[in-house]
Design a protein around this ligand. Sequence first.
Ligand SMILES: CC(C)(COP(=O)(O)OP(=O)(O)OC[C@H]1O[C@@H](n2cnc3c(N)ncnc32)[C@H](O)[C@@H]1OP(=O)(O)O)[C@@H](O)C(=O)NCCC(=O)NCCS
Length: 223
Amino acid sequence: MTFNTPSDSANNHGLPSIPFVSLDKFHGVSLDEIYHQAATLRKKDQISEGALSRITQALNDVQELLSEHTTDAFVVRKARLSDIDALQNMVNYWAQQGENLPRSREDIIRNIQSFAVCVKNSQVLGCACLYVYDTGLAEIRSLGVNPMIQRQGQGRAIVEFLLHKAADYEIKKVFVLTRNPDFFARVGFKLTTIEALPEKIRKDCDNCSKQDRCDEVAYEFNL
Ligand SMILES: CC(C)(COP(=O)(O)OP(=O)(O)OC[C@H]1O[C@@H](n2cnc3c(N)ncnc32)[C@H](O)[C@@H]1OP(=O)(O)O)[C@@H](O)C(=O)NCCC(=O)NCCS
């Protein structure tokens, strides 16, 4: 969370400064709790507005430093329009490597509600989307993680987020076509055949130049 600084900093004079405290006093106390203690002192006029501002700033600095050094501090959430540049870069990077299909910015914007992103320190580290076919089957598409941070759990976290989303929609099967079968096997998908997925064949395969020499394999997850 971010600690909010009270806006009124005018009343900054003539109030007692913060008493010196031993660090032991804060052992096992969360940053949130420290902030609330400081806010309570401010309410009782025992510290000044300026002191509360300095405490708030210091707590924000501590939180930022801690999260910079915590390798697992990433979150997966629904994508937002402010993620568009990052989404476009990620999708097109992996499309150029031949791992995903290219997508236009307009296409990504139109389908923003289907995307999930993995974020750390406000940086998008990975993305994917859940495409729902009119038969009720769904496909994971446009999955990609920043090439500098592979194998740190982000890919699994994004896939699991989309599987939960599919379960919420009561979707019974999620599939993927991939050149990376080992990853999908690790995250619980089972091998199937493209022929078993007629929706996919009708949507993409019929128009694909690699139709007769397809190098992707189909994996499915039954919910
Ligand atoms: C596939 C991809 C999304 C995986 O993301 P990631 O963050 O590196 O993967 P994770 O760290 O979440 O891996 C989850 C598990 O899969 C394993 N794994 C990941 N990539 C693997 C690979 N290429 N081969 C074998 N196992 C792999 C990990 O070791 C991990 O196993 P564990 O849970 O036993 O430790 C990522 O490699 C990527 O962006 N690839 C390029 C684009 C792509 O192929 N997209 C899929 C198109 S369908």
